[in-house]
Ligand binder design. Structure first.
Ligand code: ZN
Length: 517
């Protein structure tokens, strides 16, 4: 009798090669330059695409199976959370404001970036890299959907969640995130991969996912914690993809070095300028706290990034130009951002507050060198004004940096007394910046950044030119009317909000209250 022959399964590396590199073919009736018109546009030299390898050896068939399994587990948890009135089990209703800000900013960022990644995937000439970026595009869209589904339960009960995509397009305080996405989407395909995969994912994404996951768990939000876990599994691969792309491009030709260094400088800083939102989530928006922004920065960014920079140094890459300034800001970032947002409570689609006395003490313990000296007195002043029924409110719209579009609220590195302010002239016009790195980014591509649309400047310009909405009496009201934020419901201080009153009426937060007794 003949012996049955077992067909051997190919090993992972061979299988990966068969499902990526081997899918490439040489074009015959059109020149390859016409198929990939952006391949040479950025001036990079790649000699051998076969040397590109995804550390995870991810192929499309495995990817579908893994994503399907993750979806099943996730939606089972979300359903259970909704059916058990999970919105009443969170620590207190202030927590929902962290969810609002997350959905308004990073949820929308993912929705925008997935289109940019899909465009890059079409235009990258290397087959295996193209497939990896294509998978990242699909995952990035999925992350936007996860955030939206995880938060959808809150939209039934709380304000500030009903028009997040519209606010993302138009609200001044979300402009830093939107302009990051627009800048990345209008770059060439190689720059986009470095921007998202290295600048954000490899260097900073753990700051978003890990502490937000633990915060959601700590504050009783099983829906968001499950969504974040599900997304974080993909982000680990995105990080490795970004690092591998930078190494690959550096190794392919020494002439690539200057361009890669410029992109790493630019995209680290642009990603860092999204961090004030995360820093506030960490130190101010969680009623039950886990780790401080400073602790998270030290553990999840400083230590691993220093190792990564040492690994890349032999390939000729230096640490990003803004690295020291970013590390210096670990003492100040969350406090300076919260101060600006607290004052602008009437212009935001989420609520702000002065932390409770025990929370101020927690901040002091976490920031012994800076909080009591620089930031506590200001919050004590706000608390006094609230107690007297005259909460402090800033009625002016902020001036925004021409590049990162953050308000000009950050101080000079090493001098927390002085607001950092830079200016430059271009074509007879003055442009203003929050920092040296933002000014350098502008100077490298002024033609791109002179076109930036700065929402608060546009409102002032419209008023000056007599184009403003006649129903909006001041710039702040105009900023709300323009994007559908409902004054008095979505905006304002937490203590007097509908959210706070409703949550109390519904008996929310009882589990947490009983646990504290
Ligand atoms: Zn800036």
């Amino acid at each position: 009798m003949d012996k049955r022959v077992e067909r051997q399964k190919p090993d992972i590396a061979r299988r990966y090669a068969a499902m990526t590199h081997d899918l490439q073919w040489d074009t015959s009736y059109q020149p390859v330059e016409k198929i990939f018109p952006f391949a040479r546009y950025e001036g990079l030299r790649v000699h051998d695409w076969k040397q590109w390898e995804d550390a995870f050896h991810m192929t499309l068939d495995v990817w579908w199976r893994q994503q399907g399994e993750k979806e099943k587990r996730l939606y089972a948890v979300m359903d259970a959370y909704a059916q058990n009135n999970g919105q009443l089990g969170v620590s207190d209703a202030r927590y929902v404001n962290m969810v609002k800000l997350l959905l308004q900013s990073f949820g929308q960022l993912n929705a925008t970036l997935h289109r940019a990644l899909a465009h890059a995937a079409r235009n990258l000439p290397g087959d295996a890299l193209r497939i990896a970026v294509q998978l990242q595009a699909a995952e990035t869209l999925r992350h936007a959907q996860l955030d939206t589904h995880a938060a959808s339960i809150y939209n039934k009960y709380f304000n500030g969640l009903h028009q997040a995509p519209r606010w993302f397009e138009q609200a001044w305080y979300l402009a830093p995130v939107k302009s990051f996405a627009d800048d990345a989407a209008t770059a060439g395909p190689f720059e986009l991969v470095v921007a998202v995969g290295f600048g954000f994912d490899a260097l900073l994404s753990d700051l978003l996912y890990v502490p937000v996951m633990s915060a959601a768990a700590h504050n009783g939000d099983l829906s968001l914690v499950s969504a974040s876990f599900s997304a974080h599994a993909d982000t680990a691969r995105h990080k490795s993809l970004g690092i591998a792309a930078v190494k690959f491009l550096l190794q392919q030709d020494p002439a690539n070095r200057a361009t890669i260094q410029r992109w790493v400088d630019k995209w680290f800083w642009r990603s860092f300028r999204l961090m004030p939102l995360v820093a506030m989530m960490q130190d101010y928006l969680q009623p039950k706290r886990t780790v401080s922004w400073k602790e998270a920065w030290t553990a999840f960014v400083e230590a691993p990034a220093n190792e990564l920079f040492a690994e890349l140094a032999p390939l000729g890459l230096n640490e990003p130009a803004g690295w020291e300034a970013a590390c210096d800001a670990r003492e100040h970032l969350s406090h300076q951002a919260w101060n600006a947002f607290y004052g602008h409570a009437d212009a935001l689609a989420f609520h702000t507050w002065v932390p409770l006395p025990a929370e101020l003490d927690w901040l002091d313990r976490k920031y012994p060198d800076s909080f009591d000296r620089w930031y506590r007195p200001r919050l004590a002043h706000y608390a006094q004004r609230e107690a007297a029924g005259r909460p402090y409110r800033n009625r002016a719209l902020p001036m925004q940096c021409q590049v990162c579009q953050q308000p000009m609220i950050f101080t000079e590195p090493g001098s927390p007394r002085w607001i950092a302010y830079r200016e430059t002239q271009h074509d007879g016009e003055s442009f203003h910046f929050c920092s040296d790195p933002c000014r350098s980014i502008f100077s490298a591509e002024p033609g791109k950044y002179v076109q930036a649309r700065l929402p608060s400047h546009e409102i002032l310009r419209a008023q000056h030119e007599g184009r403003a909405d006649p129903g909006a009496s001041d710039p702040l009201q105009a900023s709300l009317a323009g994007c559908g934020i409902v004054a008095g419901r979505d905006t304002g201080g937490f203590a007097t909000s509908e959210d706070a009153m409703n949550f109390e009426t519904w008996g929310g937060g009882q589990d947490m209250k009983e646990a504290q007794l």
